[in-house]
Design a protein around this ligand. Structure first.
Ligand code: IPE
Ligand code: IPE
Ligand code: MG
Length: 259
């Protein structure tokens, strides 16, 4: 049954275990505290965090996860001290220069989500090139959320649809959950099945507000630079043991009813 717009906006409604998430979304938090524990500047934590990103990508490739969305830098993170923002941008640019060819070789398709306007031209250029180079890859979709905010994602989607309505190309009744989904940054990808946040805080911090509607949430106090494959395996095992009901009853799920 696909008549309800709310339900049909959830492309992945797989409910039976064991399974691997098709789409894993991660808030990589705790770099600053990791550095502080070592009496080092926060930027040292960000560098260590970049190494954990590589480990996480390897993990997803090994486990056959189709899509990985990493929250690298939020729209609110622009308000951090200037030198920290500068160091993060440099780190980001270096990572693009260093990693893109290897990611391409491994079949990774890169996509950057977030408002690009505030990034320096050189970085925007690199982002465009990386997306273009990897556009036909299909082993892993890697979405990097940079300058991303869930609310501004929804705002830009609403503006797009409102412009279509104003131009007479879309009727108000045609504004459905699918339409909104398709106007958002992750258009064409299934919603995240599993969300992980490291660093101990249990909040969404303006990440994928729309797409996380029925995502399984998993939190750990482990700081992002300390993440390893065992921790990620633990999160996947926990996910595989959960029953996703999407509003139905356990009995309906046992009978194989799909929402
Ligand atoms: C996450 O680590 C990385 C970014 C937000 C860029 P933090 O820098 O937020 O680290 P903590 O939370 O202060 O420890
Ligand atoms: C969320 O972490 C954003 C990223 C990890 C990129 P923050 O450290 O910015 O979140 P808050 O401020 O603790 O909510
Ligand atoms: Mg933080």
């Amino acid at each position: 049954m696909r008549s309800s717009p709310t339900i049909s906006a959830m492309p992945d409604r797989q409910t039976t275990a064991p399974r691997v998430p098709r789409h894993l979304a991660i808030i990589m938090d705790g770099n600053g505290r990791w550095a502080k524990q070592r009496q080092r500047p926060r930027t040292v934590g960000h560098r260590a965090g970049a190494r954990a990103v590589n480990l996480c990508i390897d993990f997803c490739l090994n486990r056959g996860i189709e899509t990985l969305t990493l929250f690298a830098f939020s729209s609110e993170n622009w308000q951090r001290p200037k030198d920290e923002v500068g160091a993060l941008l440099t780190l980001f640019l270096r990572a693009l220069e260093r990693e893109v060819d290897e990611l391409h070789r491994r079949g990774v398709r890169l996509r950057f989500i977030g408002e690009r306007e505030r990034f320096p031209d050189a970085m925007r250029q690199r982002m465009r090139e990386a997306e273009h180079l990897t556009r036909d890859n299909a082993t892993l979709n890697l979405c990097i959320a940079a300058g991303y905010g869930g609310r501004s994602d929804i705002v830009q989607a609403m503006r797009k649809l409102a412009a279509l309505v104003a131009a007479g190309e879309l009727s108000v009744d045609d504004i459905t959950a699918e339409r909104i989904n398709d106007a958002l940054c992750l258009a064409g990808l299934p919603d995240p099945d599993l969300f992980i946040r490291t660093g101990g805080d249990q909040r969404i911090s303006n990440f994928l507000l729309w797409q996380l509607a029925y995502t399984e949430l998993w939190f750990t106090p482990v700081l992002w630079p300390d993440v390893d494959a065992a921790l990620l395996s633990g999160a996947l095992a926990d996910f595989a043991a959960r029953e996703r009901r999407f509003g139905l009853t356990s009995e309906q799920i046992a009978q194989g009813t799909t929402p």
